[in-house]
Design a protein around this ligand. Structure first.
Ligand code: ADP
Ligand code: ZN
Ligand code: ZN
Length: 720
C-alpha cells in the first residue's frame, strides 16, 4: 500500500505535488483518479499521476477526497504528459482537456451508481447519519443525491461501502445514440488498384499520409483499414474537423460498424460521460468525433484516422493549445497503433514529413469510376468591374452558368467566406468606421436583425441614424457577406428556391438536417454559404459551384494565406461533378495571376507545393522551422506594452540568435480583443524541444493573472 500520491493540478503550474493518502482512501487512490487537495488557502482539483512509498518533503498534507474511478490509464497519463511538454501547458491542464467534463463532475446526470443500506454498525457520527438515511430509503438512491442528502463526503461514502455498511449497485443505461437504425450497405465495392495499394501500405503500420482528391475513395480505405483492426478486437478513432458537418460520413461508419459512438459537440455532459464509459469498457469499436476525440479512452487502440488532415479546426485555440494531428501521431506511437492522415490538399507540414520519410505516402490519383474533376474557370473581377463600371457581386459568366444550371433543373452552390449582409459601416462625410467597442475590428451589418455585430465578441449594436463621430454624416454600407449574396441571388433568380447555410442560419443539428435534406431532395435550387458548406457535401445534382470571392485569405497577414486559398478552391471544386452529370466551378478573384489561384485552377498540386515549400524555406517558416507565438494581453495598454518589451528583451538574452530568432514585439491584427490590449512576439526555432523549457521559464517569470497574461502558442495556426 502506497502512502503518498503525486498529484498534478488543473492550474498553469508546471510541476506535481505530493500528498499523504489517508487510510480511508488508500484503496481507491490509484494513478489516474481525480482528487481534491488542499492547495494554499483553498482546495483544488487534481489527478493522481503516481503513487510513492516515501516522500522527501517533510510537511505533507492529506488528500481530501478521491473519486473511485480511474479517469486516465497509464497510456493517457503518458500522452497527456507529452502534450504538456509539447504545448507548454501543465500536465493537469492537459489531463483536464483529455477527460470530458461529464465524467469529472460528481453528478454525471445519468445515474450509474445507486446507494442502499448494507449490514453492520456505524462507527462515527457521520456514518450514523448516512446509515440512518440509507435505512429509511424505499429504493436505492443515486450516489450524487445520496451525498447531497446526507452531507457526507465521497471519502466517507467509499469507506462505508468498503466496510459493507452501504451497498453500491451500478447500472448502465443504454447508449441511445447507437439505437439509430442501421442503414444497409453491403460491402460489395471492389477496390481500385490504388486503393488496394493504399490498404497494403496502411497494413504495414506507422503514419500514412493518404493523398487523394475528393471522391477518390479515401473513406473506403479508412473503412477497410478499420474493419481489419476491429476484426482483431481493437478499436479505431476517426477524427473529423467538425462533426455536425459530416452526417454522410457518419452514416457510412454507422452502416459498416454496429458499435459506433459519435461524439457530437452538442451532446449533453451526461451523454458524453456515458459514451466515455462505454468506450472505456470496450463496448464501442469505432469512435467518430472532432479534435478532442483523440483522447478517447480506448482499451486497445488499433488505428487513428484523421480526415481532412490540413484543417485548422484540429488546432485547439485555448489552453492546452494542442494540434490533434501531432497528438494522434504521438498516441499511436505510445500504443503501437497506426495513423491515416487523409486529405485532398495535405498540409505542407504533413507533405514535408512524407518527403523526409517520417510518414509514408499513399496516393489515390483519380476519382473512382474515372469521373473527371470539374473544370475550374477563373473570372477576373477587376476587369469585370472596369467593364461594367460598378462592382458586381456575381460576374456575368457566373450568372450565365447559373441560368443554364437552373434551366436544366440542376443545383448550384455559391460560396463566400464571410457571414452577414455587408461588412463595413462607415460615415460618408468623415469616414468614421463602425468598429467594435471592445475589439479592434469592423462590425458586420446583419440585415435580419438590423444590427451591427462583432464576429469576435458577439457584441451587437443598433445602427445609428447619423454618424456618432461628426454628428452630421449619413452612414453607408460596404462589402458583402452571405446574407447579401442570398438577397442578390433571390433578386436575380426569382421563382427559384434559394437557401443559406452559415453559422447565423445554422444554430442546431436540426437546422443542418433540414438544410441538407432540402438540398438532397432537390427542393433547394441554389445554396449560399460560408466555408462550412465546402466540406462533406456529396450531392449528385450539384453541377455548379461558384466561389464569390477567393480573396478573403489574402487580406489576412499570414504566411499560410496562399496555402489556404489553394485548399479552399480545391475543396470547393470537390463539391461538384460527383454524379453522372459532371460539374463546373467558377472562381471570382481580383488576383487571377496569383500562383495559388492559377495552380488550384489547373489542379497543379505538386507544382504549388514545390513552389510554396521553396518560399517557406527561404523565408524561414514551417515546416522548415517551428514557430512559437508569445501573446501578451491585459486590460492596461501601457502595462501590456511594457511587458511585451521586457519579454522580448528576456527572450533575446536567453537564446542564442543563431538558434532562436525572436521577432517583435508587434501589434497583432487583433490589437484589441474583448476589451483587452494584445501584443505578440514570434519565435522561429529550428529545433523546438530543446527550446521549450527555457521558453516556459521566461514566460512564467511574468505574473499571470486577470490583469496581464503571457500565452505561449506552439505551432500557432491563428496569428490574429
Ligand atoms: P473520398 O473519401 O476520397 O471523398 P469516398 O471513399 O467517399 O471518397 O468515395 C467516393 C464515392 O465512391 C463513394 O460513394 C464511395 O462509396 C464510392 N467508392 C469508393 N471506392 C469505390 C470503388 N472501389 N468502386 C466503386 N465505388 C467506390
Ligand atoms: Zn462622420
Ligand atoms: Zn468585439
Amino acid at each position: 500500500m502506497s502512502e503518498f500520491a503525486e498529484v498534478v493540478l488543473n492550474l498553469p503550474v508546471d510541476r506535481s505535488f505530493t500528498y499523504r493518502v489517508p487510510a480511508a482512501l488508500q484503496d481507491i487512490v490509484r494513478p489516474g483518479v481525480r482528487v481534491k487537495v488542499p492547495f494554499g488557502p483553498r482546495e483544488q482539483q487534481g489527478y493522481v499521476v503516481r503513487l510513492a512509498d516515501a516522500a522527501t518533503f517533510p510537511r505533507i498534507k492529506d488528500l481530501k477526497e478521491a473519486g473511485d474511478e480511474v479517469l486516465a490509464d497509464e497510456r493517457i497519463l503518458e500522452l497527456t504528459r507529452w502534450v504538456a511538454s509539447r504545448y507548454a501547458c501543465s500536465w493537469g491542464e492537459a489531463l483536464n482537456a483529455a477527460i470530458p467534463a461529464g465524467v469529472k463532475t460528481k453528478n454525471p446526470g445519468q445515474v450509474i451508481r445507486l446507494i442502499g443500506a448494507g449490514q453492520g454498525e456505524a462507527k462515527t457520527d457521520k456514518q450514523k447519519v448516512a446509515l440512518e438515511v440509507a435505512r429509511r430509503l424505499t429504493a436505492p438512491l443515486p450516489r450524487a443525491e445520496f451525498l447531497k442528502h446526507t452531507g457526507v463526503s465521497a471519502a466517507v461514502l467509499s469507506a462505508m461501502i468498503k466496510s459493507g455498511l452501504l451497498v453500491e449497485t451500478k447500472i448502465r443505461p443504454e447508449i441511445d445514440a447507437m439505437a439509430e437504425a442501421l442503414v444497409e450497405n453491403p460491402v460489395d465495392i471492389r477496390l481500385t488498384p490504388a486503393q488496394e495499394e493504399a490498404l497494403r501500405i496502411v497494413e504495414q503500420g506507422g503514419v500514412i499520409l493518404l493523398h487523394g482528391v475528393t471522391g477518390s475513395g479515401k473513406t473506403e480505405v479508412y473503412l477497410r483499414s478499420i474493419a481489419r483492426v476491429v476484426a482483431q478486437g481493437k478499436q479505431a478513432i476517426v477524427l473529423v474537423p467538425e462533426i455536425a458537418l459530416t452526417p454522410q460520413t457518419v452514416a457510412r461508419f454507422k452502416s459498416r460498424f454496429p458499435r459506433v459512438a459519435v461524439l457530437h459537440s452538442v451532446l449533453t455532459q451526461a451523454d458524453r460521460a456515458r459514451q466515455w464509459r462505454a468506450i472505456r469498457n470496450g463496448e464501442i469499436d469505432v469512435i467518430v468525433g472532432a479534435r478532442s476525440a483523440v483522447f478517447a479512452p480506448t482499451r486497445a487502440l488499433g488505428i487513428i484516422v484523421l480526415d481532412e488532415e490540413h484543417e485548422a479546426a484540429y488546432k485547439q485555440e485555448n489552453d492546452p493549445r494542442y494540434h490533434a494531428r501531432e497528438v494522434a501521431v504521438q498516441r499511436a506511437k505510445i500504443e503501437g497503433a497506426s495513423v491515416i492522415l487523409g486529405s485532398a490538399t495535405p498540409s505542407l507540414e504533413a507533405l514535408h514529413r512524407a518527403q523526409s520519410g517520417d510518414y509514408r505516402l499513399a496516393r489515390l490519383p483519380g476519382r473512382v469510376e474515372g469521373r473527371e474533376m470539374p473544370e475550374i474557370e477563373v473570372v477576373d473581377m477587376a476587369a469585370e468591374k472596369q467593364e461594367l463600371k460598378r462592382h458586381p457581386v456575381i460576374s456575368r459568366r457566373l450568372e450565365q452558368l447559373m441560368t443554364q444550371s437552373m434551366q436544366r433543373e440542376e443545383q448550384a452552390i455559391l460560396f463566400l467566406n464571410r457571414r452577414g449582409f455587408l461588412t463595413h459601416v462607415s460615415c460618408r462625410r468623415c469616414g468614421w468606421f463602425f468598429s467594435c467597442r471592445r475589439c479592434d475590428v469592423a462590425m458586420t451589418f446583419h440585415r435580419e436583425t438590423a444590427r451591427a455585430v462583432c464576429h469576435y465578441c458577439y457584441d451587437s449594436q443598433p445602427l445609428p441614424a447619423i454618424c456618432p463621430d461628426c454628428g452630421a454624416g449619413t452612414l453607408a454600407l460596404y462589402g458583402m457577406g452571405t446574407e447579401r449574396i442570398e438577397s442578390e441571388i433571390k433578386h436575380l433568380f426569382p421563382g427559384f428556391n434559394v437557401s443559406r447555410m452559415d453559422s447565423d442560419s445554422m444554430k442546431t443539428r436540426d437546422d443542418y438536417r433540414r438544410s441538407l435534406g432540402a438540398l438532397w431532395g432537390g427542393e433547394t435550387d441554389i445554396l449560399v454559404g460560408t466555408q462550412m458548406i465546402a466540406k462533406g457535401l456529396d450531392v449528385p445534382d450539384v453541377t455548379l459551384v461558384g466561389v464569390v470571392s477567393a480573396d478573403t485569405a489574402f487580406h489576412i497577414p499570414d504566411f499560410r494565406s496562399s496555402e489556404r486559398t489553394f485548399q479552399l478552391i480545391t475543396q470547393v471544386a470537390g463539391r461538384t461533378g460527383r454524379g453522372e452529370k459532371g460539374g463546373r466551378v467558377v472562381v471570382q478573384t481580383f488576383y487571377p495571376q496569383h500562383d495559388a489561384i492559377k495552380m488550384a485552377a489547373t489542379y497543379d498540386f505538386e507544382g504549388f507545393v514545390r513552389k510554396e515549400l521553396e518560399l517557406r524555406e527561404e523565408l524561414g517558416y514551417p515546416p522548415f522551422v517551428s514557430l512559437v507565438r508569445a501573446l501578451v494581453q491585459g486590460w492596461n495598454e501601457k502595462r501590456v506594452h511594457e511587458a511585451a518589451k521586457q519579454l522580448g528583451e528576456k527572450l533575446r538574452a536567453t537564446f542564442d540568435e543563431s538558434k532562436v530568432r525572436v521577432l517583435g514585439p508587434a501589434e497583432p491584427p487583433l490589437y484589441k480583443l474583448k476589451g483587452r490590449t494584445r501584443m505578440h512576439l514570434l519565435l522561429k526555432c529550428p529545433e523546438l524541444e530543446p527550446v521549450l523549457p527555457a521558453l516556459r521559464r521566461v514566460a512564467d517569470s511574468f505574473p499571470s493573472d486577470n490583469n496581464l497574461s503571457v500565452i505561449l502558442d506552439v505551432d500557432p495556426i491563428n496569428m490574429l
